[in-house]
Design a protein around this ligand. Structure first.
Ligand code: ZN
Length: 146
């Protein structure tokens, strides 16, 4: 089990140091900003959604390792998913970081399961997902995890 934990930590470090899908995305047609006051994590999410499918997802911002890795992993997981599938992933991810069981297959997102042992970091891990939710629902106000 501790080997698995090491592997998970390695993936998180890697995504923090080399975030995937990081940078501006002028072609986006959905956008939302999120802020986690507890930790100071800020993130700006841009999506290209066509016919209900998320074709592209990119983010910008600055935050702790958990929030950056979570956003990076999320944008990877979203590409090619329908909005309904993205909502399911959000639901499954939220249960996982709360330490609750979920039937949703989270794939690589499972590396963040350890966050459930650190309640203060749950907001860091879910910031990107709350921001996604706002982008898909076209909520203009910046999202706060408060
Ligand atoms: Zn954070």
């Amino acid at each position: 089990m501790s080997d698995l934990r090491d592997l998970y930590q390695e993936v998180i470090f890697d995504h923090n140091r080399h975030p995937r899908n990081f940078g501006p995305f002028p072609a986006a047609n959905r956008h939302a900003d999120g802020f986690n006051a507890l930790c100071g994590d800020k993130l700006s999410l841009n999506l290209l959604v066509e016919d209900g499918v998320i074709r592209e997802a990119r983010f910008e911002g600055s935050g702790c390792a958990i929030s950056t890795a979570s956003a990076s992993l999320m944008t990877e997981a979203l590409k090619g998913r329908t909005e309904a599938e993205a909502a399911q992933l959000f639901d499954g991810f939220y249960h996982m970081v709360k330490g609750e069981p979920t039937a949703i297959d989270l794939g690589k997102l499972a590396v963040l399961a350890g966050v459930s042992e650190f309640p203060a970091r749950v907001k860091c891990a879910t910031l990107a997902w709350h921001t996604l939710n706002a982008a898909l629902r076209r909520i203009e106000q910046p999202v706060s995890t408060e």
